[in-house]
Design a protein around this ligand. Sequence first.
Ligand SMILES: Nc1ncnc2c1ncn2[C@@H]1O[C@H](COP(=O)(O)OP(=O)(O)OP(=O)(O)O)[C@@H](O)[C@H]1O
Ligand SMILES: [Mg+2]
Length: 218
Amino acid sequence: MSKLELQGVSFKYPRGKRLIFQNVSETFESGVLSSIEGESGAGKSTLLSLLSGLALPTRGRLLMDGEPIRDMTLYRREIAATVAQANHLFEGRTVLENVTYPMLLKGIDPASAKEKALALLSEVRLDSELASHFPSECSGGEQKRVAFARAMALDNPVILADEPTANLDKDAARVVAEILQSLAHTRGKLVIAATHDPFLAACADLRLFLHEGFLERR
Ligand SMILES: Nc1ncnc2c1ncn2[C@@H]1O[C@H](COP(=O)(O)OP(=O)(O)OP(=O)(O)O)[C@@H](O)[C@H]1O
Ligand SMILES: [Mg+2]
């Protein structure tokens, strides 16, 4: 896949009073890191939910390579991988088990899953010693990197990250920004990050702002 397109998308939560977006159209491409900025409550996380197939537009469509996405379950499983703000790591499983989990679920044999997980942990610059630790034994920055390694496990072409540098110090934020850039530039992924962080936004190739329901390029 190379293009993900919002076409005339409006969205209102079922119990919400207002339209969060109005007629938003934008195209995201493989190999490009995009950032979405906006004030708190502007709708960044909601937009990521739409792009990840977790919420459906009230009006408008999501297209992949020019075709409307028909099977959202398949899209969520095989196309879009998400790193949530809170990571949602499995607390009772080790770092290694967190990363192998999606692969085992898909039926990949345990030895190959382990090998790939260790390679991913090294790619996100985590020491292999951490593999046997539990998430609670990792720093915030390390947990974030585990979440990225897990999101990369099935090699999905779209990676969506919600506030990936929130609560991280400068050095940890820089590592996360480098991971996002390498996903886009080296692995050719389509990467989108919602962020408050001007440093991360400045690392993006395409910088978007969400304001009063409109998405603008700047
Ligand atoms: N389930 C829901 N039902 C109704 N309204 C909701 C729901 N979830 C979020 N909202 C509202 O939608 C708006 C956008 O929320 P969203 O979480 O997308 O903003 P955000 O830009 O990610 O904010 P932040 O920077 O604080 O993370 C907010 O006004 C919020 O109150
Ligand atoms: Mg948010």
